[in-house]
Design a protein around this ligand. Structure first.
Ligand code: BES
Ligand code: ZN
Length: 768
């Protein structure tokens, strides 16, 4: 091991600037900051503005350096940052003279790990300048990769801080998924340079708009920098469908909160949740699509102009969008932007739209994962929404419709027996869709005869809607299962990923029961053609498919084939791993396939494989490679190895503080590891609460990860007991996650009681 080095960094959002210097630490209070840092001689100091000079001074008899920075723009305290390090950088200057630098450990920079970030930063800045119709407001943009960092990245103005995995890419060892993560994180943080930093929401209650906005436009910036990657489509997997998953619970909450409801630091940190990020992104995408992008961008640009270097509330954005609508000839909305959006942001949840194609009747209902659950939270809009519906009939896209009441007759949606209707085209709206049985049948036969007629995003939507409608008892589970039959011919990533997530959910429910065997046989049959397809086009796994998302699909094919036991798969991955073990200095496994290969080999092996993986983990100099090993180490089936690994998460010398909770999560996703992880966290609750209890993402994710499999009355009673036992310490930023876990477990118990038998029968009949 090398020499220990120390760096100093800051994280001010939300309430920590006051710990660094005396200030009015509220986002709406802006000032110009003159920053000077005193530090060790051989280190470099960075802050929001460009350094003007560094001089040597003597303080208390010691020689130190003093770096003076230019005055900042008028800005909020939570965006201030200081870094002192011995890091190195690479840089470019754009046409207008803005300096872009990528900073990291010397070895990482020397190895070229910053090159990809440097390549995309400039185009992304250029994209946002155009999109926002506003120049980048500062003279420099630093991005710095930190070896241990609580969140993924932080948008400090002019000095963005990142986890190493969110900024550093090594072409020899990183997967294309790692590259995509860098692209979207950089795009997200740079989007904040205007939306959030130049114009700041006055108080934390409007955080959803700040984070939701960046989470939406990150796909636009990413698409501009990598136009062949289909980035815009992926929002449905990473935001829409994940928002649906929590917003269908009665324990959800509205996007928007009143100023006086958000006061304490932990209330502020609780605002950083899936609703703010992903539902925020989804409703803004919907808004942009029904206004059309030019109108949306025009209103947005004017909003930024009016409030530049100042602060605003969310209705200010609606005002400017409304003005843009009013100035657009021929543009007509059924209600104002305010009135339409109120229904999406002031009440929780979302509707399921039911279309009866026999009559043309369209109706809406609050979608709840547990249909009998009592909704205690009242809504002034009675859980009804103004819903923009883009739709098509077989072969033709139709004009957008609005559903403005509980139910309405839309004659064009009445179709004959050989046509079908498909609504929520490209998933531009934040709602689910149900149909009369006949239309479902026709959609399923369309999938089976020629699935390409249905847009790729909607193939994913049909799968995800069907499974969730079945979970909420709107349709039969066998109908949902039938939407997976066409997968034999599916080659695209988005539908496969949507299917995989729903099937994984099934794995979690059934892998301890008799359903499991029959399900395995069916899935093996479904995945085999995909596995063979990639085997062929990759010349026996020696070449990588050229399409970006095809590379993701290849990974799915390998991992599902191995987990369902497709002949040759496990032998193949194990032989690759063995070869590496024999020659540790020459890892020939393709980076894209490493996660799957490592996991399979460690799952099938014992202490020898595990210890080899652990050694490689400790030696890894590329953060993305370290993550692959760290997650694969959780795949072992050997209990003592899993328990020892759990212990490591409390020792930062072994597992970094930033990685402890996700490591426990990996272990909990392993069927053998799940009860071990649950016991471990409960036994050490005080420790975990003290270390992570108020750090937004990690803590709530820990709770949802360790309870993810729960589906029996006994597990539910354990959960409730856990809630009672720790009522005094509390659950900090995991409070909502715990409520969600209880509600999800309750729903699963009920659902299983009614559906386990039909599911078993269906798999048995298909497997025969
Ligand atoms: N402002 C957040 C970082 C943050 C999160 C600060 C929670 C304080 C508490 C930043 O813009 C962000 O959203 N980062 C994400 C990554 C992003 C690509 C979604 C993160 O940290 O996961
Ligand atoms: Zn953000």
């Amino acid at each position: 091991m090398g020499k220990k080095r120390i760096i100093a960094i800051t994280q001010m959002q939300g309430t920590y600037a006051r710990k660094a210097f005396p200030c009015f630490d509220e986002p709406g209070m802006k000032a110009v900051f003159h920053i000077t840092l005193i530090h060790d001689l051989e280190k470099t100091a960075l802050s929001n503005s460009q350094e003007i000079k560094t001089e040597n001074v003597i303080i208390n008899g010691t020689q130190v350096a003093r770096t003076i920075f230019g005055p900042t723009k008028k800005m909020s305290t939570y965006l201030i940052a200081f870094v002192v390090s011995d890091f190195r950088f690479i840089s470019v200057k754009d046409k207008k003279g803005v300096l872009v630098r990528i900073w990291a450990r010397k070895k990482a920079i020397d190895d070229g790990q910053g090159d990809y970030a440097l390549k995309i930063t400039q185009p992304i800045l250029e994209f946002f300048e155009k999109y926002y119709n506003t120049s980048y407001p500062l003279s420099k943009s630093d991005q710095i990769a930190l070896p241990d960092f609580n969140s993924g990245a932080m948008e400090n103005w002019g000095l963005v801080t990142y986890r190493e995995t969110a900024l550093l890419y090594d072409s020899r060892t990183s997967a294309n998924g790692n590259k995509q993560r860098i692209l979207t994180v950089v795009s997200h943080e740079l989007a904040h340079m205007w939306f959030g930093n130049l114009v700041t929401l006055k108080w934390w209650n409007d955080l959803w708009l700040n984070e939701g906005f960046a989470s939406y436009v990150e796909y636009l910036g990413a698409d501009y920098a990598e136009p062949t990657w289909n980035m815009k489509e992926q929002i449905i997997l990473y935001d829409l469908q994940s928002a649906f998953a929590v917003d269908g619970l009665t324990s959800s909450h509205p996007l928007s909160r009143k100023e006086e409801e958000v006061n304490t630091p932990s209330e502020i940190s609780e605002m950083f949740n899936t609703i703010s990020y992903s539902k925020g992104a989804a409703v803004l995408k919907m808004l942009s699509e029904f206004l059309t992008e030019p109108v949306f961008a025009k209103g947005l640009g004017n909003y930024l102009k009016q409030f530049a270097f100042g602060s605003s509330v969310y209705t200010d954005l609606w005002d400017h969008l409304q003005k843009a609508v009013d100035q657009t000839p021929g543009m007509k909305l059924p209600h104002s932007v305010h009135e339409i959006m109120n229904r999406w942001i002031l009440q929780m949840g979302f509707p399921v739209i039911t279309i009866d194609t026999r009559t043309g009747n369209v109706s809406q209902k609050h979608f709840l994962l547990e249909p009998q659950a009592v909704v205690e939270r009242k809504s002034e809009f009675n859980y009804e929404w103004f819903v923009p519906i883009k739709w098509m009939k077989k072969h033709q896209v139709q004009d957008q419709l609005w559903l403005l009441q509980k139910s309405d007759l839309h004659n064009p949606m009445k179709v004959s027996k050989n046509e079908w209707v498909l609504a929520n085209l490209n998933m531009s709206g934040y709602f689910r869709v149900n149909y009369d049985l006949g239309n479902w049948e026709r959609l399923i036969s369309q999938l089976e005869s020629d699935h390409q007629v249905i847009p790729v995003v909607n193939r994913a939507q049909i799968l995800d809607d069907a499974f969730n409608l079945a979970r909420a008892s709107f349709i039969n589970i066998t109908l949902a299962l039938r939407t997976t039959k066409y997968l034999l011919r599916e080659r695209q990533y988005i539908p496969w990923e949507a299917a995989l997530r729903n099937l994984n959910y099934f794995f979690q429910l059934f892998d301890r029961s008799e359903v499991y065997g029959a399900m395995q046989v069916y899935l093996k049959k479904q995945i085999k053609p995909l596995f063979e397809y990639f085997e062929t086009i990759s010349s026996n796994w020696t070449r990588v498919p050229s399409g970006h998302t095809d590379q993701f699909t290849q990974i799915i094919s390998l991992s599902l084939a191995c987990s369902t036991g497709v002949e040759g798969c496990r032998e193949l991955t194990r032989s690759w791993f063995k070869k590496w073990m024999q020659n540790p200095h020459n890892n020939t496994i393709h980076p894209n396939l490493r996660s799957t290969v490592y996991c399979n080999a460690i799952a099938g092996g014992g202490a020898e494989e595990w210890n080899f993986g652990w050694q490689m983990f400790q030696k890894a100099t590329v953060a993305a490679e370290a993550v692959k090993l760290r997650s694969a180490l959780a795949c072992t089936k050997v209990p003592w190895l899993l328990n020892r690994y759990l212990e490591y998460t409390m020792n930062p010398e072994k597992i970094r503080k930033q990685d402890a909770t996700s490591t426990i999560g990996y272990i909990a996703s392993n069927i053998i590891g799940q009860p071990l992880a649950w016991d471990f966290v409960r036994a050490n609750w005080d420790y975990f609460f003290k270390m992570y209890g108020t750090g937004s993402f990690s803590f709530s994710r820990l709770i949802s990860d360790i309870t993810y499999r729960f589906c029996t009355p006994f597990e539910l009673s354990q959960l409730k007991r856990f809630q009672k036992d720790n009522a005094e310490t509390g659950f900090g930023s995991g409070t909502q996650a715990l409520q969600q876990a209880i509600e999800k477990t309750t729903a699963k118990i009920k659902w299983l009681a009614e559906n386990k038998e039909p599911v078993l029968q269906w798999f048995l009949s298909e497997a025969a």
